[in-house]
Design a protein around this ligand. Structure first.
Ligand code: KIV
Ligand code: ZN
Length: 387
């Protein structure tokens, strides 16, 4: 089969980077349940854990490897032989195992985390990839803090690890530092200047410290990356990781980008709810794609436009992401059109005058109450003064 140059691989790290969030720890059975749903969603790679970090994480990688059939199962390691040995052992049941190894690439990390030099770090990176390659064919290398790394050193490192056998090269913006054009330029530079880059897939892994994780990931894809790493609901260290649902829906909405994934987008909402419940991490109501307000229209101007033609205010159909349905929320900012819509839904067809009368009394009620329920509307519609 011919390799499709426009296919974007989706790498889910909800169970690794996402699970690192304090309070979000899961048991192995909970992780297996999420892994099954990630498989149904159609992700290409599941990062199942960091096996050396704890016996629980090790066991989760073992059990997820047994549980899923289609996705590649990936285990994280540092550039340390002991980590790699444990990861190899944890992945022994995986049909498609991948080892994700790496080391810091910015001078900040090289000096202040590793107390080392660029030369020494380069050697350690290459040795780790070569060592992992003895056991597993599919090796992803991460150049931690690539967002702040010197681009020439980063290019040298990437070239060296590909020569050593890396099949995927991850360019993480570990601290969510980059602007979209900077991050895009970084990927472009690697694509144009690393001699053997065509032998590996470039992966984007962005954090959301400045709220730019999604924008940076898309900039990376526009400049040649073909794997995107993220989590469901954007959970992850500090301000989180890139939200998978956001990037996938951007590619689907902006078809002119010419990029596509294998994701069954209709599964997004249910999985988002599952992750939120199991990880005890509520989804903010205004979260793009999966937040409870993502398809709720509340101001009179928007409601009127939506009721005339939903595409006036809807760029994604809720059903495309499995969201129950769009809603017209009644508040003191709603207009007559929205009230008429809801009364008709409840079986009340009012004359113009009756509607004007009802609307007047509705506004008084809405000013004194946060939520207008169907019950309220029934009382409004059945009121003697109103008839
Ligand atoms: O953010 C990061 O740099 C990471 C790596 C371990 C891939 O999560
Ligand atoms: Zn990360």
């Amino acid at each position: 089969m011919l390799h499709d140059p426009n296919r974007v691989y989706v790498f889910d790290t909800t169970l690794r980077d996402g699970e690192q969030v304090p309070g979000c720890q899961l048991t192995t059975p909970e992780k297996i349940e999420i892994a099954h749903e990630l498989e149904a969603l159609g992700v290409d790679i599941i990062e199942a854990g960091f096996p050396i970090s704890s016996p629980g994480d090790f066991q989760s990688v073992v059990e997820i490897s047994k549980a899923v059939k289609n996705p590649t199962v990936c285990a994280l390691t540092r550039a340390i032989k002991g980590d790699i040995d444990v990861a190899v052992e944890a992945l022994k049941y995986a049909r498609r195992p991948r080892i994700h190894t790496g080391i810091g690439s910015s001078d900040m990390h090289i000096k202040n985390k590793f107390n080392s030099t660029r030369e020494e770090i380069l050697i350690r990176a290459v040795e780790a990839v070569k060592y992992a390659k003895k056991f597993v064919e599919d090796i992803e290398f991460y150049a931690e803090d690539a967002g702040r790394a010197d681009i020439h050193f980063l290019a040298k490192m990437i070239e060296a690890v590909i020569a050593a056998g890396a099949t995927v090269v991850n360019i993480p913006d570990t601290n969510g530092y980059c602007l979209p054009d900077q991050y895009g330029e970084k990927i472009k530079f690697l694509k144009e200047n690393v001699k053997n880059i065509d032998k590996a897939v470039i992966s984007v892994h962005c954090h959301n410290d400045l709220g730019l994780a999604t924008a940076n990931s898309v900039a990376g894809l526009q400049n040649g990356a073909r794997q995107i790493e993220g989590t469901i609901n954007g959970i992850g260290e500090r301000a989180g990781n890139t939200s998978i649902e956001e990037v996938v829906m951007i590619l689907k909405t902006h078809q002119n980008l010419g990029l596509h994934t294998n994701i069954n987008t209709k599964n997004f909402y249910e999985l988002s709810q599952m992750v939120s419940t199991q990880m005890r991490m509520p989804v903010q109501p205004n979260k793009a794609i999966v937040g409870s307000n993502a398809f709720a229209h509340s101001s009179g101007i928007h409601q009127d436009g939506f009721l005339k033609n939903r595409e006036n205010y809807e760029i994604i159909r809720p059903e495309d992401v499995g969201f129950p349905n769009a809603s017209i929320v009644l508040t003191a900012r709603s207009g007559r059109h929205a009230l008429k819509f809801h009364l008709e839904r409840l079986g009340y067809n009012l004359s113009k005058e009756e509607l004007a009368n009802a609307y007047h009394r509705f506004l008084t009620l809405a000013d004194s109450k946060l939520d207008i329920t169907d019950e309220d509307l029934l009382i409004l519609a059945g009121d003697k003064k109103f008839a």
